[in-house]
Design a binder for this molecule. Structure first.
Ligand code: URA
Length: 241
């Protein structure tokens, strides 16, 4: 069934103004539906088939929003929390949408987090069956060896029913504090930290660099975000199709 919305809600959702401002503008005749002035805020608009103009501007309804957030350390990947600031507190232009983070990063992990209200896309990216690559950069206490690389390539025991899926470990630096890049295809609770624990090492810094081939925008400082481009959205939707 075609989705219908009240005209004032349609315009408010698209960030045109507050609901009461919009009602006034509609009553003043500034809004047209399919070429005709409509001065009834309660008028139902059919999304996709009706054309809405505010003054000379065509207002296209975007049902879904997609943001790339550089999650900083210290905020939780939840929609609400009684104690800590959440990733959603960082998103200022929610446009009345029920946004949520696509998966979780620990409070002390930073990096790429996609925020959206598109449940289908979230499912595509998170379903364990889909094996979407997630790439992490980590600093780890102790030397990382070729044996560790081998262990990860087979999968390690993190106390679940079965071993983790094979993961690709790149050793950037092996020293008292080592630096690595790890690609995993699952998203189990604390997975990266538990994988290193399984080989007797401790992760002391963790950052997600990419998800499904979509890399964190280098221009975003921790706490900053931007909308995904149409191309990025299309790209993510095509993964696993
Ligand atoms: N693995 C972890 O251990 N923590 C994260 O935040 C993400 C992956």
């Amino acid at each position: 069934m075609a989705l219908q919305l009240r005209l004032d809600k349609y315009l408010a959702d698209m960030g045109m103004g507050t609901r009461s401002e919009i009602k006034t503008w509609i009553r003043k005749g500034r809004v047209k539906i399919n070429g005709e002035i409509c001065n009834k805020p309660e008028k139902k608009v059919t999304i996709k088939s009706d054309e809405v103009y505010f003054d000379e501007t065509k207002v296209i309804y975007m049902e879904y929003l997609y943001f790339m957030l550089h999650k900083p350390v210290g905020v939780v990947s939840a929609t609400m929390d009684n104690v800590s600031k959440t990733v959603l507190d960082l998103i200022k232009d929610k446009q009345g949408k029920d946004l949520f983070p696509v998966g979780r990063l620990d409070k002390d992990t930073e990096g790429l987090l996609i925020i959206t209200n598109d449940g289908d896309l979230a499912h595509q990216l998170l379903s364990p069956k889909k094996h979407v690559d997630k790439v992490y950069y980590a600093k780890v206490k102790g030397k990382i060896t070729e044996d560790d690389k081998e262990a990860f390539s087979i999968g390690v025991d993190i106390g679940e029913d079965s071993r983790t899926l094979p993961a690709k470990l790149i050793i950037i630096k092996s020293d008292e504090i080592s630096e690595i890049e790890l690609t995993i295809q699952e998203g189990k609770f604390h997975q990266v930290k538990r994988m290193f624990e399984a080989i007797g090492k401790e992760v002391i810094y963790l950052k997600r660099l990419s998800m499904g081939g979509l890399g964190l925008d280098q221009g975003l400082a921790p706490g900053e975000y931007r909308e995904l481009t149409q191309e990025e959205i299309r790209y993510l939707k095509e993964i696993n199709k």
